[in-house]
Design a protein around this ligand. Structure first.
Ligand SMILES: Cc1cc2nc3c(=O)[nH]c(=O)nc-3n(C[C@H](O)[C@H](O)[C@H](O)COP(=O)(O)OP(=O)(O)OC[C@H]3O[C@@H](n4cnc5c(N)ncnc54)[C@H](O)[C@@H]3O)c2cc1C
Length: 387
């Protein structure tokens, strides 16, 4: 083991780990980055697009990643959410008096640019991955950002409760025959949820990121289809949901491969202890219908970096692994995360029921929310910055 002692060892290879290592380096902490050796952040593999909220973009701006990422991102100017009958909620950036509601960001470009920024970050050293014996270096704090299957979390003895939805998130890149005008669309079709996120690549005016949440058997079927058959099923699904809207979107065709992820609601029972802390999907997982998983993870990064720096200013003798500071971080993050998990889970359950009365009520509810300004305003606020 090297005798150099670091302030923090960040374990993980995704966007949360890289953002944390960058944020801590900018605050003057020495960081050992324990990334997985097989992960090279080339960004070519992940075909997902992420909807990122204003707080996440502000963090990426402070990390100086946003100016380069901006060209791999598209603003959302309007959101249009439809139920499985006539229910609908829509809101626009113009109504909310903001320049955009969110940004749709290329997942691969995000990881690639964070990786490049880390190559030049001061006080950051790449070290071997954490094993069951612990980190390969001495560090006062171990920040675990290893995603949902974190082995270090398990080695710390932290229970991770996971409730499988039995659904998969099927993602792909698409282009349409009609322009998207910056409108993000989501259909609660019961049992599936279909989201089209406006994106700028390859066609700046008519490309989308697709997130289609479907029961596992249907996901397996969709993933086994040829590109042509997948496109046919997708266009049919859109047309059956709303033929008038489908005409506005136009015919969709694939511009990437199709990939799927199993979906679950999960949370760690403890987020912090003496000398260790959990962030991102290692601490919590939400259904992507809300587009909030990474936003929650980046808010964890923002909060932890601020807490560590404030603690150092208040009590310079206090080390970053001090449990009181870490518990302050955990308390701040647990409430908004639980609220988001509750909201998405509740929506899913509401739309899981395919029977008449519930179906009618939820669509009526959506239409009422659309007319009730304060309720709609509250929901819009959650969508804009739920983290
Ligand atoms: C279909 C889909 C769409 C989504 N859309 C959105 C969206 O629009 N907006 C949004 O905010 N979120 C979205 N999410 C959620 C988002 O993908 C996750 O919340 C986010 O990727 C979590 O980041 P993370 O860095 O915590 O974990 P991960 O992305 O899982 O990264 C963890 C990394 O650490 C590596 N690792 C594991 N163990 C170790 C170890 N011991 N040492 C070193 N490295 C290790 C893993 O291999 C992995 O590369 C979506 C998710 C899905 C499935």
């Amino acid at each position: 083991m090297s005798t150099t002692k670091f302030d923090v060892c960040v374990s993980g290879s995704g966007a949360v780990a890289m953002s944390l290592a960058l944020a801590l380096s900018r605050e003057g902490w020495s960081v050992a980055w324990a990334k997985s050796p097989q992960v090279i952040p080339t960004g070519s593999a992940d075909i997902r697009t992420y909807a990122l909220n204003a707080r996440s973009i502000a963090l990426l701006e402070r990390l100086r990643v946003w100016p380069a990422l901006r060209q791999w991102s598209s603003p959302v100017l309007e959101m249009d959410i439809r139920g499985d009958e006539a229910g609908a909620i829509s809101f626009s950036a113009w109504q909310q008096k903001v320049s955009e509601l969110a940004w749709i960001v290329d997942a691969g470009a995000l990881e690639r640019l964070l990786g490049q920024a880390l190559e030049f970050a001061p006080r950051v050293e790449v070290v071997p991955p954490v094993t069951e014996k612990g980190p390969a270096v001495l560090a006062d704090l171990l920040a675990v950002c290893e995603g949902k299957q974190s082995t270090t979390r398990a080695a710390l003895g932290v229970e991770f409760t996971r409730q499988e939805y039995g659904h998969w998130g099927v993602a792909a890149r698409l282009k349409a025959t009609e322009p998207h005008h910056g409108v993000a669309r989501q259909w609660f079709r019961s049992p599936d949820i279909l989201a089209l996120l406006p994106f700028n690549d390859p066609d700046p005016a008519a490309s989308y990121g697709l997130v289609w949440s479907v029961p596992q058997a249907r996901a397996e079927h969709l993933l086994a289809l040829s590109a042509e058959d997948f496109e046919r099923e997708l266009n049919d699904a859109l047309f059956q949901s709303d033929s008038e809207l489908a005409a506005r979107v136009g015919q969709l065709s694939l511009t990437s491969s199709v990939a799927g992820w199993p979906l679950a609601l999960a949370k760690a029972q403890r987020w912090a202890g003496p000398g260790w802390v959990l962030l991102g999907d290692a601490a919590h997982q939400v259904h992507p219908l809300s587009g909030q998983g990474l936003n929650l993870g980046l808010a964890d990064v923002d909060t932890l970096a601020a807490e560590l720096t404030q603690a150092r200013q208040r009590e310079p003798w206090r080390l970053p692994g001090d449990e009181r500071t870490l518990q302050r971080y955990a308390r701040q993050r647990q409430l908004p995360t639980q609220a988001m998990q509750g909201l998405t889970d509740g929506l899913l359950k509401l739309f899981a029921d395919q029977h008449g009365p519930v179906k009618d009520l939820r669509n009526l509810g959506m239409s009422m929310v659309q007319r009730l300004t304060p309720v709609k305003q509250w929901l819009v606020g959650r969508a804009l910055d739920a983290s």
